[in-house]
Design a protein around this ligand. Structure first.
Ligand code: PLP
Length: 302
């Protein structure tokens, strides 16, 4: 009996996603691989993408350094947070994102990228102060963290005709051509449809009455070795070739409703071809990024 949860990442699909984003937008793709590529393993994702994308974006310099980024030299590397020492950025070949005059002055040699605020109001400078920061840092590239088209428009209008490279779009704006500007920075969209998470059925029961912690009542249910510790919450699943439901979750196990006719030798799919991330997000009442990081980060934590 296996308690193991299996996570399969289709790296060809990740490459194909990146290629199709590149083809559709016609602009450079900066792949967002922060948080260990949303829990999927940044090194393997970067290796798979290295000849498909133009650069990689990290949350911070230490994260980039821990992956041994020199192996990815030749790609643009950008990090949001990190050292005040420009030499550390230069050694790692990572460009820092800056948003204050002081950061821009101090990190000038490391070719900083400016982040301007278009509504998110964090890690970004007000557009009115951008010119001063640009001058201080010798900056030729500006980004904003945008999820709405008007934010990308605001960025474009503020720097129109300046010759400065601009990027705004994460996955949420890939279907909005006016947000593509000079590059796109997708995270989630790279991993779309590439992840399959399955768990073994440990037991299958015809119910004898109210079951589980909550006394749920269904004719037939199974138990899987995956619970809160593995990031699971109640929602859709695919059991033994049919639609099922994660009814109740415990610390390391969960009850799943299944048809009495289903083959108990089969596995339970929590994410994959039958169970799409968007459907899970709807059931959980959260965003798709949260579903992915919850399920991908710790499939077998013990
Ligand atoms: C995380 C992040 C992205 C990617 O977001 P997705 O919605 O996952 O595509 C893009 N830009 C910045 C600055 C980010 O921090």
């Amino acid at each position: 009996m296996s308690f193991k949860v299996q996570l399969m990442l289709d790296l060809d699909r990740v490459r194909e996603n990146a290629r199709s984003i590149r083809a559709r937008t016609g602009v450079p793709v900066i792949a967002v691989v922060k948080a260990d590529a949303y829990g999927l393993g940044a090194v393997r994702v970067m290796k798979a993408l290295t000849d498909v994308v133009d650069g990689f974006y990290f949350f911070d310099l230490d994260e980039a350094c821990s992956l041994g980024v020199p192996r990815f030299e030749g790609k643009r590397l950008i990090g949001l947070h990190g050292s005040k020492d420009p030499a550390r950025w230069i050694r790692a070949a990572v460009q820092p994102v800056v948003w204050t005059l002081e950061q821009a002055q101090r990190l000038r040699e490391a070719r900083p990228v400016l982040c301007v605020d278009t509504g998110q109001q964090r890690f970004a400078c007000p557009i009115e102060q951008a010119q001063a920061v640009i001058a201080a840092g010798g900056i030729d590239e500006v980004l904003t963290h945008a999820v709405r088209p008007e934010q990308a428009r605001q960025l474009r209008d503020a720097f129109a005709g300046s010759g400065i490279k601009l990027h705004a779009a994460g996955s949420a704006l890939l279907s909005c051509p006016e947000a593509w500007l000079d590059a796109v920075r997708p995270g989630l969209a790279l991993y779309d449809g590439a992840v399959q998470i399955t768990a073994q059925l440990l037991e299958v029961h015809r119910s004898t009455g109210p079951a589980g912690y909550s006394g749920f009542e269904v004719p037939c249910f199974g138990v899987i070795g995956m619970g809160y510790a593995q990031g699971l919450r109640p929602g859709p699943c695919w059991v033994a070739g049919q639609a099922g439901r994660v009814i109740e979750v415990g610390m390391q196990t969960a009850f799943v409703e299944m048809s009495p006719s289903a083959d108990p030798e089969k596995t339970v799919e929590l994410l994959g071809p039958h169970i799409r991330q968007a459907d899970v997000a709807r059931a959980w009442g959260c965003c798709e990024q949260e579903v992915l990081i919850s399920l991908a980060q710790r499939p077998n934590p013990y």
